[in-house]
Ligand binder design. Structure first.
Ligand code: SF4
Ligand code: SF4
Length: 455
């Protein structure tokens, strides 16, 4: 039956009018969505050490994550982060199914916690919306539709601008807003296109994003198994479905076949038919069924978080060893990635001994080696840098001095290291060189110095 409920027999799309039940899960999801929305809309205004919280400027290839600046030179970290993300998604899905979709996915949060709430506020619950859509166009219907779509456009415009701020930075966005449009045609057009895209997604496409378009949803079938924790119906307890008899007693299983779980489902499926690809684990059916169970004085959780295995073996929902194991692996991988990200310096230097002559004898019994260095400035500002040997007796002579390195750029320098002959005790000597910017030692590197030992 997968997908069939989203379409009528004639192939037309079946529009969803889900009812809302404000149960325990709905309240927790609402709370989480408020935190999420505050973070999303305030994100462009939050700065960490002068850097934005998040900036994904693909145009200038400049990225900032949690105040850490990344340039194209850090591509290896992005590759690593992408790999880690893929591994985490796979492990997380194997253990916890589509929990991400129901609780954290921006599509679900904006659809169910923003646009759906606006819709219910203006047009009423699912049944009233259906009635309104079927009714002839009168003043009331026009008024409601104009207000609803006006608000949808307004919220889409806000989302589009915030989204743009994460790409081009809030300063550039403010310029687009405050300066004449003629100076910012590209930026202004992008804001308009994003607004229309978001408006179409949340007013028209809606649940089809999760059930048809999203590739993650399509992957569920191969990632989940009988041990995966998902929103599921406890058929052992619920079947055979029955109605209450005249005395108020259930004559069969605990499911009274009221269909409320189907009426609240935003993707229009019946969870009693088993785990389905269209289920976003939004928990609406859990809340609905809990409400029914309360009314008929039966224990809650006829629909709840279960694995197939738990239902069959009549075990209570709990974290099994596999879930704990996968969660631990995800945590360790994430910690390693964080270590790589936060332990990186915002300058990098690579020093290589020059090819050709191994060493040169210089006046006053100094021996010199020639080096090439590549210095990268990963900070978001220009820097003046210089090199210095840790040992004050060792001198540096530049052929090509460093000077200023602009943000996100690198320079190449060539220099001699001169060591007094009296300090040479072996053919190869380790020399420690400091990269200095603004009287601060940014990095110390050890390089090899070659000289004859008869000095
Ligand atoms: S809400 Fe619960 S009792 Fe009602 S049909 Fe669904 S599973 Fe059965
Ligand atoms: S079946 Fe339940 S959890 Fe799945 S999408 Fe429908 S209401 Fe949400």
């Amino acid at each position: 039956m997968n997908g069939l409920l989203a379409a009528r027999d004639n192939g037309e799309r079946k529009w969803m009018y889900p009812l809302i039940r404000k149960g325990t899960y709905y309240k927790w999801r609402s709370l989480l969505s408020y935190v999420y929305l505050v973070l999303f809309f305030c994100g462009p205004f939050i700065k960490i050490k002068g850097q934005p919280l998040l900036l994904l400027n693909v145009i200038d290839r400049h990225f900032v994550i949690l105040g850490q600046v990344f340039w194209p030179q850090d591509i290896y970290l992005f590759m690593l982060a992408s790999l880690v993300l893929i591994v985490c998604i796979v492990l997380f899905t194997v253990a916890f199914g589509r929990i991400f979709c129901g609780w954290i996915c921006p599509q679900t949060i904006f659809m169910e916690m923003v646009f759906r709430k606006i819709e219910v506020w203006i047009e009423g619950d699912g049944n009233k919306q259906k009635k309104l859509n079927a009714a002839a166009w009168d003043k009331e219907k026009i008024r409601k539709k104009v207000i609803k779509h006006g608000l949808f456009l307004l919220v889409s415009f806000l989302i589009a601008n915030t989204f743009l701020a994460y790409i081009i930075g809030r300063e550039s966005l403010l310029k687009i807003i405050l300066e004449p449009i003629s100076l910012h045609w590209v930026g202004f057009s992008s804001a308009c296109v994003f607004t229309i895209v978001f408006y179409m997604v949340y007013s028209q496409v809606r649940e089809l994003v999760c059930t048809v378009i999203c590739p993650y949803g399509r992957l569920q079938g191969v990632l989940m198994d009988e041990h995966t924790l998902v929103v599921a119906y406890n058929e052992v307890r619920g079947e055979p479905r029955g109605k209450l008899d005249k005395t108020g007693l259930i004559v069969k299983g605990d499911c009274v076949d009221c269909s409320l779980c189907v009426a609240v489902c935003p993707t229009g499926i019946d969870i009693r038919n088993g785990t389905q690809m269209e289920c976003t684990n939004c928990t609406a059916c859990i809340d609905a069924c809990d409400e029914v169970m309360d009314k008929i004085h039966k224990p809650r959780n006829l629909i709840g978080y279960f694995s197939e295995d738990m239902v069959r073996s009549k075990k209570k929902p709990s974290l099994n060893l596999r879930m704990i194991g996968y969660s631990s692996v995800i945590t360790i991988i994430m910690l390693v990635l964080c270590y790589f990200i936060f332990s990186r310096t915002d300058m990098d230097i690579t020093i290589m001994r020059g090819s050709g002559m191994l060493y040169q004898e210089q006046p006053h019994r100094f021996i010199s080696n020639i080096y090439n260095a590549d210095i990268t400035n990963k900070a978001n500002f220009s820097r003046t840098v210089t090199l210095k040997a840790e040992d004050p007796d060792i001198k540096i002579q530049y052929i090509q001095p460093p000077g200023i390195i602009t943000k996100g750029n690198d320079i190449k320098i060539v220099f001699f290291v001169l060591i007094p002959g009296s300090k040479i005790h072996s053919f190869k000597t380790d020399v420690r060189l400091q990269l200095i910017s603004g009287n601060k030692v940014i990095q110390t590197v050890t390089t090899e110095f070659v000289a004859p030992i008869n000095n």
